[in-house]
Design a protein around this ligand. Structure first.
Ligand code: ZN
Length: 418
């Protein structure tokens, strides 16, 4: 009889499930007499989650420089390694479990079925769809845009499910980027178009008022603020601040820097969803993965460029997100990529391939292409933010550079050649 004690199993969710059937045993792996289960019981418990959330690695073609023939390699890791990692057990226990799983593998070759567990196969975690959360977002956006009940309880509830409700584990995992004294980012830059020399002089004479955010009530609607709600939009470089106001060639613009005089906490959209997926034995695993993989594309949803004629309606969902993040989750604002500088990431570029993850902090060069929006007291000039007088400068736009890529226009009347 081969038994394993609960202390020799690392995964806490699995341990919790095994507790119900655990009895006093002598552990074959650490030698202790303690609560545990048979390897057979362990195999029965892990079998379903492994089949559901792990898959046999696909054959991937590799080409070497000196041959044009592909060599094939199976993606993933060995069964033994996967068992060690997923269950958090040592190699001897994984080896005993592996042979038990292969013994118990129930399939009928005469019906064309194949074995799932083979010692020489590789495995990796399955990609799970974020469909459920895409639906939640669609429902939320539709509510906000068309029902005209700006931010009612149902919309708030949907956002709580997507981003996280205050006080929950989901909310505590949200990536926070700090700016202000003692941080690498201590300045925010703003730009404003001047319609002519007269306006430029007006800005020069009263820079604080002219370059700061408009007072509440007279603020026009933007990506992150509803009409009448004053917020502070700033960029992390003067170049990005300038690009954001979309000036024309020959136009005069004023740019200036504001010091951030208080520690501010920003929700970092670039790293949203970039946390470990966690245990496949967690009953919430599928839901968690669905949510996190949706959040990885959230940055693109929020920061993507919107054509000027669509702005008022298309900005409604992001305005409510900003309000939720600040008023409900107590952030001071949001850090997001500039759509004007082309820094908004494409969706679907998952950092979670095969269940692993690589947290990636933004480099100083990448940060230059980022914007910040501050709401509430964090947006106040004279307290949190202060214009640095000698940074005010005027520029004439001499050249705008565009980059483009191929765009296919679909024509349903066009006959297919095939
Ligand atoms: Zn043990």
């Amino acid at each position: 009889m081969c038994d394993i004690c609960l202390d020799c199993i690392g995964d806490t969710h699995l341990k919790e499930q095994l507790k119900e059937s655990a009895a006093k045993i002598e552990c074959a792996f650490c030698g202790e007499e303690d609560l545990g289960v048979s390897i057979e019981e362990l195999a029965r418990t892990v079998d379903d989650p492994i089949r559901e959330y792990c898959q046999i690695g696909e054959e991937e073609a590799h080409y070497s420089a000196d041959s044009d023939k592909a060599s094939y390699e199976q993606a993933g890791e060995s069964l033994n390694y996967i068992l060690q990692e997923e269950i958090e057990i040592d190699e001897p226990a994984a080896t005993a479990l592996e042979s038990k799983l292969m013994d118990m593998d129930d399939y009928s070759p005469q019906h064309g079925e194949e074995s799932f567990y083979e010692a020489h196969y590789n495995y990796h975690r399955r990609e799970l769809s974020s469909w459920e959360y895409q639906e939640k977002w669609r429902e939320y956006s539709h509510r906000i845009k068309h029902k005209r009940r700006f931010f009612d309880e149902d919309a708030k509830q949907l956002l709580a499910e997507i981003i996280g409700a205050p006080g929950t584990a989901a909310a505590s995992e949200l990536p926070c980027f700090q700016v202000g004294p003692e941080n690498s980012i201590t300045l925010l830059h703003r730009a404003r178009r001047a319609s002519g020399e007269g306006k430029a002089l007006e800005i020069k004479k009263d820079a604080v008022k002219q370059l700061g955010p408009p007072p509440s009530g007279s603020a026009s609607a933007g990506r992150m603020n509803a009409q009448g709600i004053s917020v502070f939009y700033g960029a992390l470089s003067k170049e990005t601040a300038l690009a954001e106001i979309r000036p024309s060639v020959g136009g005069i613009v004023a740019v200036a820097s504001f010091s951030i005089d208080r520690q501010l906490r920003l929700l970092d959209l670039s790293r949203l969803g970039e946390v470990p997926y966690g245990s496949i034995f967690d009953p919430e695993y599928a839901d968690r993965v669905s949510r996190l993989s949706f959040l990885e594309g959230f940055h693109h949803l929020i920061a993507r460029p919107i054509q000027p004629n669509h702005e008022p309606l298309e900005y409604l969902p992001t305005q409510a997100v900003a309000e939720y993040v600040v008023n409900i989750l107590n952030f001071d604002g949001i850090l997001y990529a500039s759509s004007q500088s082309g820094a908004v990431p494409r969706p679907g570029e998952s950092s979670h391939s095969n269940g692993s993850y690589y947290p990636s902090a933004l480099s100083p060069e990448e940060l230059k292409l980022y914007n910040v929006v501050l709401l509430g007291v964090a947006a106040e000039i004279g307290t949190t933010l202060n214009l640095i007088a000698d940074t005010v400068e005027f520029r004439t736009v001499s050249r705008i550079s565009y980059e483009s890529e191929w765009h296919y226009v679909y024509d349903p009347d066009e006959k297919s050649e095939f």
